[in-house]
Design a protein. Sequence first.
Length: 303
Amino acid sequence: MGGKLSPGIYRVHKPVGATSFSVVQQFIAEAQAAQPGKRIPVCHGGTLDPFAEGLLLVLVGQAPRLFELLHAVPKTYEAEVVWGTEMDTGDLHGRPVHQGDASALTPERLDAALASFVGWKAQVPPATSAKKVGGEPAYRKAHRGEHVELPPSQVYLHAARWLSHDLPRRSRLWLSCRGGYYVRALARDVGRELGCGAHLATLTRTAIGPWEDPGPAGQRGWLHGRDLLPWARVRTLTDAEVGELRRERAIPASGVQRPDWALPTGFPDPEAPIRGFHQGRLTFLLRERDGALWSELELRGGL
């Protein structure tokens, strides 16, 4: 890309085998090469396992402050589920912990099993997840051979369907979920419900909200301005209103416009703040209170 790394969110394709952090490190190295001695904040917008590929968001400059707002929007995946073996990791790199007979599987049985997981459910994360246990990621403990038991968390699966079957060996799956959902855990739990065991052979994140995976050709999509948080409502700010917000004063709640992108029907409301734009840049996140708008966060310099 060359030159200075502009603030905003970048859509990047993470290949199989790479860690999410290694992609972030590439951006940090690029930022340091362009502006030596200047520390530019960089983080990813939600990890992908090394065995998985697909869309990774990289947040640069002020954009890491938007991190929490990415969690509650739809993430879509495609996966290949292998029947007959449950792995301790939930994926092809694990050790078998259960083997069962998949010969009686039919598309109808798989449809019924999958349907029971749609909606808000309690899900136990895989032992090799990035969830923290005593301040340390669970996968580090698991890789040392320690017994890891994670508490269930409430997760949301919006929709799921089988794309194809090669029974009794494998099936291809499409799903849309909220952040924090483990597709490896879904495969494990469907395999347990069917009694035969299952794990993931592949996993691809195809989209987050309206943002699609740019594909493996090395292209990057740079998101800034109105492309950021398009599921949130919009308010254009005058110079005077920016001054009021900086002085921690409210501005009128009038003039709020609809989001630029609509969530899928029935998807839980992410309760996003209102995006405040000044001179075409995302400058404030606003909250409505007592019939007026107040600053929740100022993004200095804008995005």
